[in-house]
Design a protein around this ligand. Structure first.
Ligand code: ADP
Ligand code: MG
Length: 691
């Protein structure tokens, strides 16, 4: 059977009563399979001798020894108390004359068991205390034959996470019991793959994963299980797409509307924009729904491609919905869409939570009748009473802000609609390779021509004045700025600058320069009006929390000052920085940090100074924060890997991917005899089945 099919309940194991059963359950372990898939959190390597002689002459952190000793003496120490005095056993190294005291707190019974001048195997955690080498945590086993020391010498011992009444001994015993039955675990990969990659048979791999003979075997076991996991992750993510791809590969033709739209633009599309647009158009024309991510750095021109591709569906009499993460952005997009698309005769509507009932009615009617061709809004747009005539294309801006549930609700509105997700927080390459198999991602790598890279300065308290002057110079040139602080006001425990106080402070710094305050507690309608005045140039700078993080597009803004920069994630900083550098003007980003910043914090900020490459930053972020934060809940659940690591196993990811490529190309339904095992694993032992 496959490992995952071993569904016997753990309560059948020796020593597992109700309490252990419950403790197991809180570790997510219910069956034998679950227990076999439990990851050791650490391992004790007792294969190599570590003698007392190997210890440095003096040390402060405790050290491990794994060695042979003879017992030379024992005595008692400490005052008489209820529990009596404490036994102290003195041992001497078999390999020299170094001595060690074993303190037997609560273990005076050992006195009856030890034999003076006999040889023992000792595993101990050793400290220096009062100039004496001591250990209170130790194991002693008598040695009969020096060439055959007793176990656990020579073993690598797994240490599992513990909950409730569980002990290491019990878990180890239980796993040994499971592994000592007659059950043999089947291989989960095609034989040719196992051979070519020199993998361990799965039966051996799972045994060695828990109780390996040596480090080499452990490594092989890990590799076997990790490759299998990565392989199935990619197979599952890609098989349906691949089957679909093999069926139709039509080339689509741009509509008159789209051609007109593009020729009306003041600029030329970049090559990547053209390529992305083609990819989207091809998907839209193929049978089956598009599920594509359009990624590109902030300001790369994704939204423009969203409009252009909308026209492709509108030309077919289909409706399009564009969903933005905030009211502010929905407004900005609606304005831009009106400016670009209404001249082409397209009917556009904006629907957000704050649209009143009276205005709402004609919009709802227009959607139902099909009169409205493009609807822009926040997720309020998909509340229950909104009905479309023929919604076929949904564009989601900055998808990482949307939850899975919202996305599903949205799917239920249209007839299997095409979905385009746009993100400026690029999926790091490692993740793209695995979760998405690279297949349904369009990427805009280059920024529009003439953009100058943003110059980023790291600013300490001592250069604060100079920074204010530099921003002042930009104001004199007629340019605009953002000042970002992490908090709205000074309530709360931390010593952080806040927008309310800094707004007043900056008024004195820049007398007569018009400014505005922006944060989440300000009414949406007020926010929108501030933003409009900023766009028109009536306001020179905005003092804001990170609400301005996503999407705001004001090309004349050339400065952004971010204070306490070290408390923001790298991707968030990159997003914030992307509010500037959106035109041909030279832009500046000032990252202000506190005097007490950590080395790591400073290194992170240096990454920001050294690169404007969002991909690189996202990868750094992945390494620093782990993958869970980067994708939405569903994807991060999907990538909760057992054996492999998306961060460290890049080589294995590539190997698994190459096999996946080849197999999906040649035998996407796994009909070949060699590949049938894949089908069986998917049907009966799917490693990524949602629970
Ligand atoms: P994104 O959605 O990727 O952040 P946008 O589509 O909002 O980027 O584009 C950012 C700015 O650049 C907008 O003002 C847009 O009109 C402009 N823009 C888009 N494509 C180009 C291009 N090819 N050349 C010059 N400017 C462009
Ligand atoms: Mg955008």
């Amino acid at each position: 059977m496959f490992i995952r099919n071993y569904s016997t309940n753990v309560s059948n194991l020796k020593g597992v009563g109700n309490s252990a059963k419950e403790s197991y359950s809180s570790l997510g372990v219910k069956t034998y399979a679950d227990l076999l898939l439990l990851n050791p959190r650490d391992r004790e390597d007792r294969t190599k001798l570590i003698n007392l002689e190997d210890l440095p002459p003096l040390f402060s952190e405790s050290k491990q020894v794994n060695t042979f000793v003879t017992i030379t003496n024992h005595s008692f120490f400490g005052a008489f108390s209820k529990t009596g005095r404490t036994l102290k056993i003195t041992v001497e190294s078999y390999f020299g004359s170094k001595k060690l005291s074993l303190l037997c707190f609560g273990r005076n019974f050992l006195q009856r068991m030890i034999k003076l001048n006999k040889l023992y195997y000792l595993y101990a955690t050793v400290n220096y205390h009062n100039n004496e080498l001591q250990a209170s945590s130790f194991e002693l086993y008598e040695i009969k034959d020096i060439d055959n020391p007793p176990p656990p010498f020579g073993q690598i011992i797994p240490l599992y996470p513990l909950k409730g009444s569980l002990t290491q001994k019990l878990i180890q015993k239980n796993i040994i019991e499971i592994l000592s039955t007659d059950v043999k675990f089947e291989d989960e990969l095609p034989q040719y793959m196992m051979n070519e990659l020199n993998l361990l048979p799965f039966d051996k791999a799972i045994r060695a994963y828990h109780f390996p003979k040596n480090q080499e075997e452990l490594l092989l076991a890990k590799k076997t299980l990790a490759i299998s996991e990565l392989f199935y992750m990619q197979i599952i993510a890609r098989k349906d797409i691949e089957i679909h791809r093999n069926i139709n590969k039509k080339k689509s033709i741009p509509s008159q509307l789209e051609i007109k739209f593009i020729s009306n633009l003041q600029f030329k599309l970049t090559d990547d924009q053209i390529k992305s647009l083609k990819e989207i158009r091809n998907d839209l024309d193929n049978d089956g729904a598009m599920n594509r991510m359009l990624q590109g750095d902030v300001g790369a021109g994704k939204t423009l491609i969203a409009w252009a591709s909308s026209l492709h569906e509108i030309a077919k009499n289909h409706q399009v919905a564009f969903m933005a993460p905030t009211e502010l952005l929905a407004n900005q997009h609606a304005q831009k869409a009106a400016q670009l698309l209404e001249p082409l005769g397209i009917t556009i509507a904006l629907l957000t939570g704050s649209v009143k009932k009276k205005q709402r009615k004609p919009i709802l009617e227009g959607l139902k009748s099909g009169h409205i061709q493009l609807l822009i809004g926040t997720h309020a747009l998909f509340s229950d009473n909104v009905e479309f005539k023929n919604l076929r294309y949904i564009i989601i801006d900055e998808q990482h802000r949307f939850g899975v549930n919202q996305r599903e609700k949205l799917l239920s509105k249209g007839i299997n609609p095409n979905i385009l997700m746009m993100s400026a927080t690029p999926i790091p390459r490692t993740l793209a390779l695995t979760v998405f198999g690279d297949l349904n991602i369009s990427t805009i790598n280059t920024l529009p021509q003439g953009r100058k890279p943003i110059i980023t300065h790291l600013v300490s308290e001592t250069s604060r004045k100079r920074m204010y002057q530099a921003v002042g110079v930009e104001f004199k040139r007629g340019h605009q700025a953002y000042f970002v602080y992490p908090r709205i006001d000074d309530s709360g425990p931390q010593e952080l600058r806040d927008v309310t106080n800094m707004f007043e402070y900056l008024k004195k710094e820049y007398p007569g320069v018009p400014s505005a305050l922006l944060h989440s507690k300000i009414e949406d309608s007020e926010k929108i009006s501030i933003l409009n005045r900023f766009k028109k140039g009536e306001i020179s700078y905005i003092v804001s929390t990170s609400v301005i993080e996503v999407g705001i597009d004001v090309p004349n803004a050339t400065c952004i000052v971010i204070e306490h920069a070290d408390i923001f994630g790298l991707s968030a900083l990159h997003q914030l920085r992307g509010r500037v550098g959106r035109s041909k003007l030279q832009s500046f980003c000032f990252l202000v940090f506190d005097n007490n910043i950590s080395e790591l914090g400073k290194d992170r900020l240096k990454v920001m100074r050294e690169t404007n490459d969002g991909f690189y930053i996202a990868e750094k972020d992945l390494v620093l924060r782990g993958p869970g934060d980067i994708l939405g809940t569903k994807q991060s659940g999907f990538i909760r890997l057992h054996f492999a690591s998306l961060v460290n196993d890049f080589e294995l990811i590539k190997i698994a991917r190459d096999y996946c490529d080849k197999i999906l190309k040649e035998d996407a339904t796994f009909i070949k005899l060699d590949n049938r095992v894949i089908d069986r694993v998917l049907k009966t032992a799917n490693p990524f089945l949602e629970e």
